[in-house]
Design a protein around this ligand. Structure first.
Ligand code: PHE
Length: 464
């Protein structure tokens, strides 16, 4: 069967403006990672000390790699696989670089499969918290309600199905009327909701305690595993290495400045993570709960806190709506690379490509659903007890292994393989020495730091 030649370049649409890119990429970055993952990781790893390592990682590793990923996408203007193939051809190097594109597409697809399951929980909790189910509940009852919920695969499947439909529905509508429109509405709404919730948290007597926890570093509680977690979280939260930022970059107008867009997106992402902590910890402290609640912080400690506070059902529902918006704008970015690839490589029309990717990710999501009940098993990973078997393994495989590997490869390609004239032209950094600083970071600093983290992760080398 004659396949369409990948060299005949399919022309994708573009964002309508510089700001549309910033909104969309912020939507990709701001997700469950910021509101669900960041606060509990900070809670488990010494609050302020973790936040400090996180900020350093974003500056030294996150921003340079994000610039590189956007740059590669925009230069090639194709889905990650074909982008890497074309770029490698231009640089006169091996076609195998296309596997970096594959790493992104497959990784993003796997994340999408379990991300949709957790996002489904947040949908369910809008109604649970909003209906006042947690009013005056106790720690035990909240725990039981959660255990019963995740113990019921059919229920999880129903919410997962709904969320996957919501995601595919947006992606099917295309770059401008789907992705761009969704971000235009949801991102500002998310900010407003976050500010409302911070206002609510200010009314507890423990606002100061919440801030102190987040901003005063307690280095005794930060372990080597905590440092690794901070780096993994920075990658996950910025949405790096999974083709999402690359494909979003490929829709960016040529006139946009990559530097200013990247800084804005990284800043927004970090701000939302910190603000989510500011909104969450005072509620946790006000109700005498422990900050190190683990992944269940949002689904147990918070419903308990909302259940005990005036107006809690209303504000609790708002909180979970915020989470759904955050998750939704990220899940569409996780689906887009695979969809763009089907469209450009196999000539699928968009809605068909979205349906295929949606169904496949939905099926894989069932593995994660069953990990919380029928197939559950526990294991230890870097000193932490993981109890949701395959779900945890998929999370570790993607967030802790595939993301950093892909990050290193992006650095190697853009720093070592690509001709300087090309990266300099595409990045078009205006301030003096800016390009040299970026180049030094992606050539030496970021890949070496990420590599050390990987080595340590694989227990080859115990550095920390
Ligand atoms: N950044 C998203 C979050 O914080 C998740 C994500 C990861 C999105 C990788 C795209 C690529 O939830």
């Amino acid at each position: 069967m004659a396949r369409k030649s990948p060299d005949k370049k399919y022309v994708h649409s573009q964002w309508s403006s510089h700001w549309a890119f910033i909104l969309a990429a912020s939507g990709c970055a701001v997700g469950l990672g910021n509101v669900w993952r960041f606060p509990y990781l900070a809670g488990e790893n010494g609050g302020g000390a973790f936040v400090l390592v996180y900020l350093l990682t974003v500056a030294l590793i996150g921003i340079p790699i994000m610039m590189a990923e956007v740059m590669l996408g925009r230069r090639a203007r194709q889905s990650p696989v074909n982008a890497m193939r074309t770029l490698a051809a231009t640089e006169g190097t091996s076609r195998h670089w296309q596997y970096l594109g594959w790493l992104g597409i497959v990784g993003g697809f796997v994340i999408l499969s379990y991300y949709s399951v957790i996002a489904g929980w947040t949908l369910a909790y809008i109604f649970r918290v909003g209906s006042g189910q947690f009013a005056l509940s106790t720690g035990d009852s909240v725990r039981n309600i959660f255990a019963e919920f995740v113990g019921d695969p059919e229920r999880l499947l129903a919410w997962h199905t709904l969320f996957m439909l919501m995601t595919a529905g947006v992606v099917a509508r295309g770059v401008q009327s789907g992705l761009e429109q969704a971000n235009r509405v949801m991102m500002p709404a998310l900010f407003v909701l976050l500010l409302v919730l911070i206002g609510y948290a200010m009314h507890t007597d423990h606002f100061g305690a919440g801030l102190a926890f987040l901003f005063s570093p307690d280095f005794d509680r930060l372990t080597g595993a905590g440092v690794i977690a901070a780096m993994g979280q920075a990658f996950f939260s910025l949405g790096l290495g999974m083709g999402a930022i690359m494909i979003y970059g490929s829709y960016m107008p040529k006139t946009s400045s990559i530097v200013s867009a990247t800084f804005t997106v990284a800043l927004t992402d970090t701000l939302v993570a910190v603000l989510a902590g500011v909104a969450i910890f005072p509620l946790v402290f006000a109700n005498g709960l422990a900050p190190a609640g683990g992944p269940s912080l949002v689904f147990q400690a918070l419903p308990l806190a909302f259940g005990q506070m005036p107006g809690g059902a209303f504000f609790g529902a708002l909180f979970f709506i915020l989470l759904v918006f955050a998750a939704w704008t990220s899940s569409i970015s996780l689906m887009e690379p695979a969809v763009a690839w089907l469209v450009e490589r196999h000539g699928f029309i968009r809605w068909k490509a979205s349906a295929w990717v949606g169904v496949a990710a939905w099926l894989l999501g069932i593995v994660s659903i069953l990990s919380f009940n029928r197939w559950a098993f526990a294991f230890d990973f870097l000193g932490a007890r993981k109890s949701s078997g395959l779900f945890d393994l998929l999370d570790i495989l993607t967030a802790n292994i595939m993301l950093p590997v892909s990050g290193i490869l992006i650095c190697v390609f853009s720093g070592w393989v690509m001709r300087r004239a090309h990266s300099r032209e595409e990045l078009d950094i205006r301030f003096p020495r800016g390009y040299n600083v970026w180049l030094a970071l992606v050539k030496y600093v970021s890949p070496v730091l990420v590599f050390l983290v990987l080595l340590n992760l694989l227990n080859v080398f115990n550095l920390f």
